[in-house]
Design a protein around this ligand. Structure first.
Ligand code: PMP
Length: 453
């Protein structure tokens, strides 16, 4: 995988790794681990490191580079907009054309009930804002006691204090408000969670019981990832969200669809809410919204919800950033022009078909996905469905490194599941190469020692 002419600097990976370890703290990183993958260039689904090694990107930089790397078209849009006017706040009565056009594009593609956009800087910020807004909504409508939030156990709604609250707290950060009511995740592979009952029937009943216990008059909203990402790429059965949302509606509980990961083709549609015929009160967006070319998040608001929240604060200094809006707008144009929603569905189907062979391996429990959110769940025992990586914690890194160094493939591992989330432009050949790399690696895992032989 070597292409020496690609080297960007004369420093070696080791030099950079040493400098990095001195000053950069990595989220989920390990300071004692000397390894660093120092990336310098990308094109489509290909990445190159500082020493010219080439990789297939099955990660997409946190599941977000929908249109692929190295899009000069986006660089040009950014340069032109930055030269004209990079940013001016949209607080009060300030407005600008790139932001208006971008918000029109978001709303045009959204479920019909969606009317307005609030611009944010990231998914976490948008989730946190949504948490404040659902409470503010009820407050303004004379029901300030509606503060509790329903969430799925194991879901992720960002890294802020609000996100920690939605996760039921996080060790070491002190008390978070007691708002989160945990529900069973709709995880078909783990039938033991549902006691033999139909998954959706079980979950709907559990929801109704939780509402009866807490009192609908105390509940502000439910937050849900339409396909659970960080928990392990878990699509719910098709009837799950429609039936859950129907129950919420009947109790005046708002529904917030966290589509930070699923939107913009990642799960095969502009918004997965459309696939399930949902009309969420708020849709949370980030990641693919600008394919990572600029950091950006947004909230889409239902028309009635938007009316109640009109004028509410929030939206910081960077809301309505002209350059970010222009780039994100061009990102939507590329997804449309190149039919990347369909590409996501086709390549996703190819992944599932080819990965199914791996179910013969002792460590592969389940293969699943929606669009290019593909998961391979690793187990130590196919009967008990115990997570392999709980038994052998070091194996996570070993798999990651083996796939990378032996096969030149970059992927992620989350919640005991290998996550395959490449740019939507990945080619059929590249899909097969990723599957071969994962297959070869998992075939070498010794289920007794947790080593790669
Ligand atoms: N919600 C979900 C479902 C996510 O997966 C993530 C990020 N992985 C976030 C919110 C937070 O987004 P960000 O990292 O942009 O803050």
């Amino acid at each position: 995988h070597k292409e020496p002419c690609m080297a960007a600097t004369n420093s070696t990976a080791t030099d950079w790794a040493r400098r990095d370890a001195r000053v950069v703290q990595h989220p989920h990183g390990d300071a004692a681990d000397p390894d660093r993958l120092v990336l310098v260039r990308g094109k489509g689904s290909t990445l190159w490191d500082v020493e010219g090694r080439e990789y297939i990107d099955a990660h997409a930089g946190a599941w977000l580079t929908q249109v692929g790397h190295g899009r000069e078209e986006l660089a040009k849009v950014a340069a032109e907009q930055m030269s004209a006017l990079a940013h001016f706040t949209i607080m009060n009565d300030f407005a600008n054309p790139p932001t208006i056009e971008f918000c029109e594009k978001l709303v045009e593609r959204a479920p019909k009930n969606i009317a307005k956009v609030r611009l944010m800087g990231s998914g976490s910020e948008a989730d946190d804002e949504a948490l404040q807004l659902v409470r503010l909504f009820h407050y303004r409508r004379g029901q300030p006691q509606r503060t509790k939030i329903l969430v799925l156990r194991g879901s992720y709604h960002g890294r802020t204090y609000g996100g920690a609250e939605l996760a039921g707290g996080r060790p070491g950060i002190g008390e978070v408000p007691d708002g989160a009511i945990m529900l069973t995740p709709p995880w078909p592979y783990h039938a033991e969670l549902f006691g033999g009952e139909n998954l959706t029937d079980f979950c709907v009943r559990e929801l109704e019981q939780a509402i009866a216990r807490v009192g609908a008059e105390n509940i502000a909203a439910m937050f849900g990832e339409l396909v659970m990402g960080p928990a392990g790429m878990i699509p719910a059965p098709d009837d799950y969200w429609p039936r859950m949302v129907e129950v919420l509606r009947s109790h005046g509980i708002l529904f917030v669809a966290d589509e930070v990961v699923t939107a913009f083709g990642r799960a095969g549609a502009w918004y997965t809410s459309l696939d399930y015929h949902l009309a969420p009160d708020i849709i949370v967006l980030a990641k693919g919204i600008a394919s990572g070319y600029v950091p950006l998040g947004a909230l889409l608001l239902d028309g009635d919800v938007a009316d109640v929240l009109d004028g509410a604060s929030g939206g910081g200094s960077y809301a309505g950033h002209l350059m970010a809006s222009a780039v994100a707008s061009a990102n939507i144009d590329i997804i449309e022009r190149e039919n990347l929603l369909e590409a996501s569905r086709l390549r996703g189907a190819q992944f599932l078909e080819e990965l199914r062979e791996l179910l013969n391996l002792p460590v592969v429990g389940d293969v699943r996905g929606r669009g290019l959110m593909v998961g391979v769940e690793l187990v130590s025992d196919k009967t008990t469905r115990q997570p392999l990586l709980d038994r052998f914690p070091n194996l996570k890194k070993d798999i990651d490194r083996f796939v990378r160094t032996r096969h030149g493939v970059i992927l992620g591992i989350h919640g005991g599941t290998i996550a395959l989330t490449p740019p939507l432009v990945i080619t059929p050949r590249e899909v097969s190469r990723v599957v071969d790399a994962v297959g070869d690696t998992l075939a070498r895992v010794n289920i007794h020692t947790g080593r790669i032989d």
